[in-house]
Design a protein. Structure first.
Length: 263
């Protein structure tokens, strides 16, 4: 059985946010309380994270996650990256280094901001006092980690270079912050996805320039890709859980912190 835990479902400010509080979200619905974005996946015998939010420590504790095979990064914005230091706890438990993956731009940003975490490999039995991360760049060719096939999904329109991931030719498809998915990215999806994960942020933006996918665009991709199930995450205070649920088909689900999906 494969499993996904949506550890955090919020956009950069979280919900409630400092500036907007609960916004349009009903504070009486616990599914509207959102940590920053973070996803744990067990697939093809591997356990990995997508991104490390500033809330990673709490997320790992809440989900009971103590071991990882890898971390995949989508882009270098703080809400997706800046919990990276908490990976030292994973090093302490395993006694070994941890592999992290991302695009050339994202790995370069990680090495610049968090150079002290990228270094020599460690092996079991050594005392661990800091994170030890082995950084790998994923390019055009797919990556294979034993039976897990990973392809970098090129995204367009965000404020920095951003990517998603296609796992096992489309068994799971993860899309991060973007205005749209590139055609070459869509071409990587060879099979009907079991799970498609898409970001929303706001239902409809008030700004003419779109850096994030709105609900109508998101549903266009659902109709185009035709997954078995779609999970919506990365929701800001404009996205009340019940309202998003009402605006989406039966096989499209807004996520909530701690949501577990097995397939």
């Amino acid at each position: 059985m494969n499993k996904i835990i949506i550890m955090g479902t919020g956009a950069a400010p979280g919900v409630p946010s400092v500036s907007r509080g609960w916004g349009a979200c009903n504070p009486n619905n616990p599914k509207n309380r959102r940590k920053r974005i973070g996803t744990y996946i067990e697939l093809s015998g591997k356990s990995f994270l997508i991104d490390t939010s500033p809330d990673l420590r709490t997320q790992l504790l809440d989900a009971g996650i103590r071991r990882l095979d890898a971390v995949f990064y989508t882009h270098a914005h703080a809400d997706h990256l800046h919990g990276i230091d908490d990976l030292r706890e994973i090093n302490r438990i395993s006694g070994t280094s941890l592999d992290i993956y991302g695009s050339e731009n994202t790995i370069a940003a990680i090495k610049t901001r968090f150079a002290y975490l990228i270094g020599e490999s460690i092996s079991s039995g050594n005392g661990i006092f800091k994170a030890s991360l082995n950084a790998h760049i994923i390019k055009e060719e797919p990556l294979y980690i034993d039976d897990l096939k990973v392809s970098l999904l090129k995204l367009e329109g965000h404020t920095v270079a951003s990517n998603g991931y296609v796992f096992n030719d489309g068994e799971v498809v993860y899309v991060a912050d973007c205005a749209q998915i590139s055609q070459e990215g869509l071409d990587l999806i060879k099979i009907k996805p079991k799970i498609l994960i898409l970001p929303l942020t706001v239902i409809k933006s008030q700004y003419p320039k779109k850096y994030h996918m709105e609900l109508d665009k998101l549903l266009e991709y659902v109709n185009l890709i035709k997954p078995e199930r779609t999970i919506i995450n990365h929701m800001a205070a404009e996205c009340d859980y019940d309202r998003v649920n009402l605006l989406t088909p039966d096989d499209v689900f807004p996520a909530y912190d701690g949501m577990v999906v097995e397939f």
